[in-house]
Write a protein of this length. Structure first.
Length: 354
């Protein structure tokens, strides 16, 4: 009796092993958004967001590069903020630069996550519902358009990925120097992998973010949604002021190549950053009034505690505020166009770890 049971367990183990081996040697098709992508091919499609109430229908264009060998599923997402162009342009280049025949695993490229904002040329907020897409995750299928876009990204993209990179730059009003965010929220193993991912992305400034929400029902941010599902994720920033400059685009392509190498999806790629500057202390300076902002610094400037960051006036030009650095550090971004509404960011100051 005991021996028979042992034999059954062994037999079962053998069947499981055979099953695993045969699955691993034959890469299955990758099904997403109504497409079934064959191994070794590239396919493009779109997630449809149907019209709801007074809101028109919209669409989220994506591509899938499905490798010939099994491996990680890396989602690169651009255009969560529609006036951030360098991520969108970098992902178009990656679509043809990543060769499916030599890829292990799968790359999902979301080309323009926030189509209403992209076509409407809006910073931060959707022109349809006035919401910031990167503040409404995980979204809901019966909400406003930004919430429904977040829901589709959560269910169709984040759920299918093993690793996520949310690709941003300075928004249309922000003069930004490149950096990555490493978020420490979530399980230790996820945070540790996220740190390695941030290093692999190659940006020498890494902002350590220890204050993301931990409620899976109110994840707020795209990358945080992935992290709380146990998937390592980072946010990267490269580009500024609605530019389409080559240096910023190439840095994003390089970051993707570095992360793919780290994941073993491609045999070679750029090295991780050797000497990162960890930004342990950082603060977004916000305006407590509505008016006009004139910066006194530029992106990447070093500032002392109390340094003038800029001035706010009313619409006649009368001075209202002087904005000063709360501590010594570097200007990671500064708003460089005049309009300011109460509560909006003016600048992001980061201080390196000592
Ligand atoms: Zn952004």
């Amino acid at each position: 009796m005991e021996m028979r049971t042992a034999f059954r367990v062994l037999l079962l183990a053998a069947i499981v092993l055979v099953g695993t081996t045969s699955r691993a040697s034959a890469q299955a098709d990758f099904a997403i958004g109504g497409l079934s992508v064959k191994p070794g091919t590239l396919a493009s499609g779109a997630f449809d967001i149907p019209a709801r109430g007074a809101e028109a229908a919209t669409t989220i264009p994506f591509s899938v590069i499905h490798g010939t060998k099994p491996g990680s599923v890396l989602a690169l997402i651009a255009g969560v903020h529609g006036m951030e162009y360098t991520p969108i342009l970098a992902l178009q280049r990656l679509r043809t630069a990543i060769e499916p025949a030599s890829l292990a695993g799968t790359v999902i490229l979301v080309h323009v996550a926030n189509m209403p904002s992209f076509l409407g040329r809006t910073i931060y907020y959707s022109p349809v519902d006035g919401k910031n897409l990167n503040r409404v995750f995980p979204g809901t299928p019966d909400g406003t358009v930004s919430e429904r876009i977040a829901d589709v990204l959560t269910r169709e993209v984040i759920a299918r990925a093993t690793h996520v990179v949310d690709v941003h730059c300075g928004d249309g009003n922000e003069s930004l120097r490149p950096y990555a965010y490493w978020t420490t929220t979530g399980p230790d193993a996820v945070a540790t992998a996220g740190k390695e991912m941030a290093l692999a992305a190659g940006f020498d400034h890494i902002v350590v973010d220890r204050e993301r929400p931990t409620d899976p029902g109110a994840t707020v941010y795209l990358s945080n949604t992935a992290i709380l599902k146990g998937k390592p994720a980072i946010t990267i920033e490269s580009g500024f002021l609605a530019s389409t400059d080559e240096v910023s685009i190439v840095a994003i392509e390089r970051a993707a190549a570095g992360v793919m190498r780290w994941l073993g999806m491609r045999p070679s790629g750029p090295d991780p950053v050797a000497h990162p500057i960890w930004i342990e202390r950082s603060e977004v300076l916000r305006s407590d009034v509505t008016g006009m902002f004139q910066p006194a610094v530029e992106r990447g400037h070093t500032v002392a505690a109390g340094s003038l960051i800029g001035r706010i006036t009313d619409f006649h030009g009368t001075p209202l505020r002087e904005v000063r650095a709360p501590f010594a550090g570097e200007v990671l971004y500064v708003v460089a166009t005049p309009p300011i509404s109460k509560g909006e960011p003016l600048a992001f100051i980061g201080q390196a770890a000592h």
